[in-house]
Each structure stands twice: as C-alpha cells, then as structure tokens.
Design a protein around this ligand. Structure first.
Ligand code: ME8
Length: 513
C-alpha cells in the first residue's frame, strides 16, 4: 500500500488557537482524509512547540511551572482539533522525553561531524517570534514579521554550518522544481536566502533554560529550530529502537504551513536533513494568511476569531467548507462574517441543502416515500446530469492532488447547481399531474437521489458529517455505495429507493445575525 505522510507545523503554545491556526490543520485533515479515500496508508501529524523564552516568560507571568503551562495549552489545542474534526495520527510535543532524547542525539551527531561548532552571536532578535534577523531585514528597529521591537543580543552560541550545504540545496531546488510550492515562494527563497549565500545558523541559547539542554555543554539549550523541526522525524521514532514508522513513512509527502515559516522548512530543514544524511521531504507547500481587516489574524493583534464560537453557530462542516472553498489555497485571504454568511446561504442552505430537501420531499410527496420500479427512457436532461455526475470525481481528484481545494469543491458544486437546474428543466410538478408520466417522474427523482449519493462521497474529506445526513435521508446503508470509487459510476443506487424526511441540513442564516 502506498504511504502518505502529511504534517502541519507544531504550534507555539503561547495562546489559544484561533481560526487562522485551524486553517492549516483543517487543510491537512482534508488532504489526509482524501488520501485515505484513495487507498493510501496515511499518517497525519500535528503538535505543539513548547519550548523557548516566550513560554518561559508567559509561565512565570502566570505563576506556574512551564510544564504545567504547556500541558494546559495542549489540552486546549486538542479540544479545538476535536471541535474542528481534525483526526491526526501523531500529536507531537517537544517536551516529550523521547523527542528530547532524539534532539540531543541529532545535535551531538552534527557536532561530532563538525556541522555544529561553537562561536559567538550578535544579532537582532524578535523574542515573540523567537527569530534572529539580519540588519537589512529589520524595519525601523522592528521585526519584519510581526512589527514588534527587536533586541540586540550578543552571546556564546553553537552554530549549524548551513553554508556547507549551499551547493546541495541549490541542486535540490533545481532538480525538484516542485519541492517548494507555490512558485512565488520558491522564487522568494531562491532570491532572498539561497542565492545571496546561506549563513550559518545560531542553534543554541544561554539566556533561558526552558528547552532541550546541550548535554555536553551545560548552560546551553538547543535553540528553537533544531528542537522544533526534527519533531517530524522524532515522532516517527528516528534514531530510536522503535523506528519502523520512520522507515515506512519518511520522507514526508507534504509539509504544510503559512508563509512566515517557509524559510525554516524549505531552507534550514533540508540542510539539517542533508547533514544527517537523511532524505528531504517530497514537498513543502505554503499557503497564505487568514486575515481580518487586512491584517494577519493573531491574538497579539487582537483580531483572533475563536473556532469554537464559529462551530457552535454554523456547524463544523460549514466552517471547514467555508475555509477551503472561500479562499484560494496559496495567497492571503480576508475573513469577514459577511463572506461566511453569504457562502453558507448560497452554497449550503440554497444549493446543497435545498437539493436534498427538494429531492426527499418530492419522493415523499409523489410516491409516499418509496420510488416505484417503473421502466422509463432517459430524457436528454437525465443523460446530461448522469454524464456530468460520473465525470465529476475525476475533476475533483485532479484539483485535490494540486491542493486546489476551492476549485475541487467548485467542481462538486457545479454538479449540485446543475442538479437544481435539472429540477427546473424536468418540472416534476408537471409530470406528477399526468398519470402516464409516473415512470418519467420516478426516473427524474432517481437521477436526483443518485446525484446526491455521488455528491455525498465527493464532499466526505471536507465535510465529514454531512454524508451521513444525506445517506440517512436516502436510506443508503450499503458500504459499497459510499466508497470513493463508487462515485465514478452512475446508477448504483437501488431504483426503488425509500427516503426518510429529515430536518434541513443547513438552515438559512438571517443576515442581521
Ligand atoms: O510558527 N493564517 O508556530 P505558530 C493562516 N512553532 N495560518 C495561520 C495563521 C493565520 N492567520 N496563524 C497561524 C510556529 N497560522 C512554530 C512552527 S514547525 C516545526 C514550528 C498557522 O503557532 C500557519 O500554518 O506561530 C503557520 O505557519 C502556523 O500556524 C504557525 O504557528
């Protein structure tokens, strides 16, 4: 069986997650579910990045031990992933003793082979982001990422000899143009970081203690990226005696993240892996920021939206659908309540919700809930709908494989809208008035039900709960009728199907809410 290993970043544990954090995790979850549907042996990793000065300070402010501080936040994060139906296989924690042991081994190995050396560092440091910047990157003494002031720091540090991997990294980018996508990010990394020459990287700190210690030099803790990035392999048992997952799933198929940490994943991480003599991930994909009022959503900017509040109001499937359908996966996207309500009402309440309730309602009204077994010739409308339904999943697959979630969903909704139009074309209410048109009428309703079956399969990865609602109302219980591949055939549903009327799947939202 082919494997598929996908990761999100491990999130900093300094605040409750907002809907921006969930953007990556939901996308990764959708991709993981999609690959499972396609028959892959999938592993999906998310987790928590728990060390560093910022956590140490926040815990001190809260008057608790840093471990207690991060344990509490981990449970909050896990609750949010449950709320968002994100079904991960590994929850990576950098305070996990096994992770720490492997990070120490990695550090020691790189030191022993001369890829880590001791020096002294002077630089401009953004504490909240735990990132050093060059003079040329800092804007008026402020961090180019978050806009907060940077501090000048001088200290004895260990360095990772990244400059040594200049040639190998350039070759990676040349040989594998898809290593980093979208192409704009690839160009940015090439032009801003790789071509100007890789600089050695500071990988230890002495100014705080909340981190993995350098065991051969007390006083130094391993600085964030050599601790955080290897989580993707420590979780698989790398350099431990339980490394079967590492052997099976590494290299990762996809690292997902937003643009501010691309450099770490697409420049520093491959250099670390090359130094370790291990394969690099197959692909790094960077999406944009979810913004609110044109600014990156973040707790510190005060524009963070709580995932739970949204899910309580609209339902988890609607929020997952909105995140992936509304914004193109790649550029930044602006989150607005109006866009959410419009999208919900148009696509979910009107298009999909109505298609289901009209179909079930008409089977109920015209045939008492069970379609009769009558022979009818297909009309041109029946044939057109059937052909479109059969072809839809192939188009979805093409777009999903390119991480073009919005386009993939749009292919499914093209069919949903087509089916609603088909109702208008076929005019079941006219057929119902004519006793001799009973077979034709049953055939129309059958085409609608079968289209809904196919739609319910295509939406499974994005909307994990809605297919059950559709199947319940159409009484689909045979697992053979809900497999991914079954959505490429039209006409599998039993002709004399029985429906069960249910509550509207997506009740309309009044705008003034
Ligand atoms: O950077 N829009 O953790 P982090 C879209 N610990 N995505 C967003 C977002 C927004 N407004 N806000 C956050 C770290 N994200 C490090 C990573 S990995 C070895 C270590 C998502 O908590 C997005 O994926 O700051 C971004 O890259 C990630 O959260 C950063 O999370």
């Amino acid at each position: 069986m082919k494997t598929y290993y996908i990761t999100t970043p491990i999130y900093y544990l300094n605040a409750d997650p907002h809907i921006g954090h969930t953007y990556t995790t939901v996308a990764a979850d959708v991709m993981a579910r999609y690959k499972k549907e396609r028959g892959f042996d999938v592993k999906f990793l998310t987790g928590a990045d728990e060390h560093g000065q910022k956590v140490e300070r926040a815990a001190a402010d809260a008057g608790v031990h840093p471990q207690a501080f991060v344990d509490n936040l981990v449970s909050i994060y896990k609750e949010v992933w449950k709320t968002m139906d994100c079904d991960y296989d590994y929850f990576s924690r950098t305070t996990d003793p096994a992770h720490q042991e492997t990070v120490k081994k990695i550090f020691k190995k790189l030191y022993d082979q001369g890829d880590i050396y001791k020096g002294s560092y002077e630089g401009l440091y953004c504490t909240p982001d735990e990132t050093f910047f060059n003079e040329r990157d800092v804007i008026d003494g402020k961090c180019p990422d978050c806009g907060r002031p940077v501090e000048r720091v001088t200290e004895e540090s260990y360095f990772f000899r990244m400059s040594k991997y200049q040639g190998a990294l350039e070759k990676l980018y040349e040989d594998h143009p898809d290593f980093l996508v979208p192409v704009a990010r690839r160009n940015e990394m090439m032009n801003n970081f790789i071509k100007p020459g890789l600089e050695d990287l500071c990988v230890s700190r002495t100014s705080f203690t909340w981190g993995v210690p350098v065991d051969f030099d007390p006083g130094h803790v391993i600085y964030v990226w050599i601790d955080a990035l290897p989580n993707y392999i420590t979780s698989l048992g790398f350099l431990s005696d339980k490394d079967s997952d590492y052997k099976r799933y590494w290299p990762a198929d996809l690292h997902l993240m937003s643009k501010e940490i691309v450099r770490f994943h697409a420049v520093i991480w491959p250099c670390i892996l090359m130094a370790l003599g291990e394969p690099v991930p197959k692909q790094v994909f960077s999406h944009g920021w979810l913004q609110y009022d044109g600014k990156k959503m973040s707790k510190s900017l005060g524009n963070a939206i709580s995932p739970k509040a949204l899910v309580d109001e609209y339902g988890v499937d609607a929020i997952r659908y909105f995140l992936l359908r509304e914004f193109t996966f790649g550029p930044d996207g602006n989150f607005t309540p109006t866009a959410l309500i419009n999208r919900y009402n148009a696509d979910l309440a009107n298009d999909l919700g109505n298609l289901l309730s009209r179909t079930v309602g008409m089977v109920d009204k015209y045939f008492g809930g069970t379609l009769p077994l009558l022979e009818a010739e297909n009309s041109e409308f029946d044939n057109a709908l059937g052909e479109m339904a059969k072809a839809m999943l192939g188009k979805v697959e093409d777009r999903m494989d390119a991480l073009a979630f919005s386009e993939a969903l749009n292919h499914t909704w093209d069919l949903v809208r087509r089916a609603n139009k088909y109702i208008d074309e076929s005019q079941p209410w006219v057929l119902a008035k004519d006793e001799s048109k009973k077979a034709e009428l049953a055939n129309v309703l059958y085409h609608l039900a079968e289209t809904l079956r196919i739609v319910s399969i295509a939406i499974k990865p994005t909307m994990p709960n809605t297919p059950a609602i559709i199947c319940e109302q159409l009484n689909i219980t045979d697992p053979a009728l809900t497999t991914w591949e079954s959505a490429k055939t039209f006409g599998l549903l039993h002709r004399s199907l029985t429906v069960t009327k249910g509550a509207p799947a997506f009740p309309r939202i009044e705008k003034d809410k």
